[in-house]
Write a protein that binds this ligand. Sequence first.
Ligand code: FPP
Length: 255
Amino acid sequence: MVDPSEESTAIPSHVAIIMDGNGRWAKKKHMPRFLGHKAGVDTVRRCVEFCVKNNIKVLTLFAFSSENWRRPEKEVSLLMGLFISSLKKQIRLLHNQNIRLRIIGDKSQLPQKLQDEILRGETLTQSNTVMDLVVAANYGGQWDVTQSVKALAEEVKQGRLAPDDITEASITQNLSIQDLPNPDLFIRTGGECRISNFLLWQLAYSELYFTPVLWPDFGGAEFEDAIASFRGRERRFGHTSEQVEQGQVSNYVQG
Ligand code: FPP
């Protein structure tokens, strides 16, 4: 458990993770890729526990990108099956822990059975308050910004909004997780140093942390390392170090 009394940057409120390396983990063990994804579900559970214990209020996980449909059909179909069975098993457990589940992305393209489970999970947990678990499925950061801009364009078309009144705030308000704070910490496992079309807008001021550890091997100790790295950073949001020292920093100020 992270020691919250350690004086430095606070614990992040929102952690966003790209869970990469399931396939390589399985290959190293001479197992089919799918077993890597299955092991990845156990890591998800461990990370949720970690967040609850350490008072991290939002955990956003990239489970399936808009580009992941390009994978072999068999892998896509096994992944969809795994999402359905994981939701079936986990919804009640999440609810019992007072955790709210939300799925972001273009859900209309997901299999109907998965859409049904998503609706069931989101409805059951919608009033829960301990933490938000956000799962990105058929999600892309460019898609998210595009659908926000489309909604604003519609407002303009209806005469309810003037183009000059489109602001960074109005674009933010139409994004998928507009009511949650932006991620303080972004983690990517598996060694690649890319954002891969994840929360492009929302990651503008996030601290980025890349680790070679493969997702199924990521546990409490590795999560603590990421938090320790985060706590060693100086977050300036465009200000100077002197302003940070004087406590004049707000993350709502862009620049
Ligand atoms: C990336 O590893 C992982 C995925 C595309 C799937 C992530 C899914 C899970 C961890 C399963 C469960 C998630 C939830 C929320 C129920 P990769 O296959 O690209 O690995 P590689 O780079 O080693 O090939």
